[in-house]
Design a protein around this ligand. Structure first.
Ligand SMILES: C[S@@+](CC[C@H](N)C(=O)[O-])C[C@H]1O[C@@H](n2cnc3c(N)ncnc32)[C@H](O)[C@@H]1O
Length: 318
């Protein structure tokens, strides 16, 4: 991976080309950290932010996909004695809900294929009343040095999402995250910082749905299920992971999803039908086996959102 390759020169590159922002970053983020905080940092890299957090917090769990980047961070934080390092993908954290007081991820959102899933994960593991803090380089800002963008690209950095401050704000609003404040650290490549109030890990609509579940007294309510599935398709599958995790082996759920959504022409092309496919793909095989005929029938559908299994599944297990 590119980050293992550049680990040895990353700090020098940042200090030389974007030094003002790079030096200010950690301290500006640390302003949000309190001494009793247990903090998760995702994509900690070589520890530009980790060090400033470790200086202030009670405990820091710093994570990244690149062991070589993390090794640098580890050297910087060793002196504080309160930091552990773990390899972790921030889009799928192996961590219980509402575990941390603050969750931070610096300069990584623009590099991810699916930045929304990362933000949802960060909110999921942040305690209600905590904060999720996400600084991201905004390489489309008028003030950004075009030469610096080119230098990053030449070094192998791929900007999968290119933000201005405005489009960065819009990104969070599109996820329903209105309780956020923003500021910018100015420099050759400015960095926009989003500070999101974690309200549980969910927004008000998710909360409303969770308070009104589709399964009561052994019965799946199709209308309520419809609302869940529309939401799952629109805002990603975190609600699916949270709510349906205790029902993934229920053959009755598989049957309702198949009959009422995948195979129901009235639902054709609807968000609910796509949401049903998301949940069916998470379900245990035994629950699907119990509905073998329906699964096979739905799998014959021409379009993927009506099929309970991915295209490359040979279905021999069924
Ligand atoms: C531009 S560096 C930022 C490092 C540090 N946060 C900073 O601000 O200097 C991006 C980092 O994100 C990490 N990264 C990329 N995708 C990741 C993912 N899905 N989960 C965790 N870390 C990831 C890379 O390994 C790299 O260390």
């Amino acid at each position: 991976m590119i980050w293992d390759k550049v680990a040895g020169v990353y700090d020098s590159f940042e200090n030389l080309l974007n030094g003002k922002v790079y030096k200010e970053l950690g301290n500006r983020i640390a302003e949000y950290i309190d001494e009793n905080d247990v903090v998760l940092e995702c994509a900690c890299g070589t520890g530009a932010i980790s060090e400033a957090i470790a200086k202030k917090c009670h405990k820091l769990v710093a994570t990244d996909l690149s062991s070589k980047m993390m090794k640098r961070a580890e050297e910087k934080c060793r002196v504080y004695g309160n930091t552990v390092f773990r390899k972790a993908n921030m889009c799928a954290l192996n961590c219980r809900d509402e575990r941390f007081d603050k969750v931070v991820a610096g300069n990584v959102i623009h590099l991810l294929d699916d930045p929304a899933s990362a933000v949802w994960e960060m909110l999921r593991v942040c305690k209600s009343g905590g904060k999720v803090i996400i600084p991201t380089y905004i390489n489309k800002s008028d003030k950004t040095s075009k030469l610096l963008v080119k230098a990053c690209e030449a070094a192998g950095v791929q900007f999968k999402h290119e933000f201005t401050l405005e489009s960065y704000k819009e990104f969070f609003i599109s996820l329903g995250m209105y309780k956020a404040e923003f500021f910018v650290i100015e420099g050759r490549m400015p960095c926009a910082v989003a500070v999101i109030e974690a309200d549980g890990w969910f927004d008000s609509k998710t909360k409303e749905l969770l308070e009104n579940p589709p399964y009561v007294d052994g019965v799946w309510d199709t209308d309520k299920l419809y609302e869940y599935l529309v939401y799952i398709n629109t805002y990603g599958d975190n609600l699916a992971k949270r709510y349906f995790k205790n029902h993934l082996s229920d053959p009755k759920l598989a049957e309702v999803l198949l009959r009422e959504f995948s195979l129901n022409d009235v639902m054709d092309g609807s968000d609910a039908q796509l949401g049903a496919a998301v949940v069916l793909r998470m379900m245990d095989r035994d629950a699907l086996r119990a509905n073998k005929e329906l699964v096979l029938e739905a799998q014959k559908n021409e379009v993927y959102w009506k099929r309970p299994r991915p295209e490359d599944d040979d279905m021999s297990w069924l």
